[in-house]
Ligand binder design. Structure first.
Ligand SMILES: *Cc1c(COP(=O)(O)O)cnc(C)c1O
Length: 343
């Protein structure tokens, strides 16, 4: 009764191994839903790769990767604030990120030898110290027992100008304090180029390209839980929507609890487009949205928004589908979590 993630484990691990071999200083990122694999699985794969450092998103995720057997250094990416508490500051194998002078003062005042990364603000404008405050930050840590493990620079995905920004911020940061640079979202080439230009060690944090980088090594399937014939004009579902055509209501596993979501129909946004769609007998005519479920070779329309653990999709009478079939689901694993992982 489940949404299943099938992994060709050997092929996936071969990809992970190649990626790690090609990326000196790699720091895998395991956060949130674990890129669809779960934090424990990513921690185990990091151990298997023999890597010394793993990044998590938030303080509470440290325990999850520890429980899965990761004994190396864990970096917490979301900047520490006093609300995160002090426990994490005493763990000698955990490195916290600091991105505001006030938080740095608060940390320095604790007179602990906490390991920290100092975050530099980038064009992302998410977190980080503006360049004008870098020297002040360096002075604060020089006066404290805090141990600076490096500067962190989190760059946008947009390629244009990215390397130039990395260079500029790296030079500002290194001007304030010589320390390793921890980067995100540089390409292989950009990372190598920068490595050739600076005299400090570089680390590259990667999540998506590492864990989800070899799409052929995995697939997600849903189970067909039920199939009901329906006549044109009959009502269906929680919202008793009238069916525009005769065919089948197909109940498939996967719903809001898994992150299966309904995107707004885009194909027929205007009244005129809807008229055209209606004339051609299209499902979009009724404002139905395409689902990620592929049945009999085509993505099918949602009859209504997904339920908690299952979804209703419409299949025309001539499509072949039977209870128990496993059908492909085209979803991004950063937003969808399967009930079960095979492999
Ligand atoms: C999530 C995150 C990453 C990893 O991002 P991907 O796009 O999944 O590779 C890297 N750096 C920081 C600071 C992050 O928050």
């Amino acid at each position: 009764m489940t949404l299943t993630l099938h992994v060709d484990t050997d092929a996936w691990r071969a990809h992970l191994r190649r990626f790690a071999d090609d990326t000196p200083g790699l720091v895998p990122v395991a956060k949130g839903n674990g890129y669809g694999f779960g934090l424990a699985r990513l921690a185990e794969e990091t151990v298997r790769l023999g890597l010394d450092t793993l990044a998590v998103g938030m303080v509470h995720e440290v325990a999850a990767v520890r429980a899965a057997g990761f004994t190396g250094e864990v970096v917490v990416l979301t900047p520490w604030t006093p609300a995160d508490g002090s426990e994490v500051l005493d763990d000698p194998r955990t490195i916290v990120t600091v991105s505001r002078l006030d938080d740095l003062r608060s940390l320095a005042g604790k007179r602990r030898d906490t390991r920290i990364l100092l975050e530099v603000r980038t064009s992302m404008r998410r977190h980080g110290l503006p360049p004008a405050e870098l020297a002040q930050a360096a002075a604060l840590v020089a006066d404290s027992p805090l141990r600076v493990e490096g500067w962190t620079i989190h760059l946008p995905m947009v390629v244009s100008g990215r390397l130039a920004e990395a260079r500029r911020l790296a030079s500002e940061a290194l001007g304030a304090l010589e320390a390793p640079l921890w980067l995100s979202h540089l390409s292989d080439d950009e990372y190598r180029t920068l490595a050739g230009e600076v005299s400090v060690p570089l680390r590259l944090r990667v999540g998506t390209a590492l864990w989800l980088g070899a799409p052929r090594t995995r697939r997600v399937t849903a189970r067909v839980l039920d199939v009901h014939p329906v006549e044109r004009g009959e009502r269906v579902g929680y919202w008793q929507r009238r069916m525009p055509r005769s065919g089948y209501v197909v109940v498939v596993s996967g719903g809001t609890a898994n992150g299966v979501a309904m995107e707004a129909p885009t194909a027929a946004a205007t009244a005129r487009q809807r008229l055209v769609a209606a004339a051609s007998g299209s499902m979009e005519a009724l404002g139905l949205a395409l689902s990620p479920y592929r049945i009999d070779g085509r993505k099918r329309f949602f009859i209504e928004p997904p339920h908690m653990q299952s979804s209703l999709v419409f299949v025309p009478a001539d499509a072949g589908v039977a209870i128990g079939d496993e059908v492909p689901v085209e979803v991004r694993l950063t937003t969808v979590t399967a009930d079960r992982i095979e492999g």
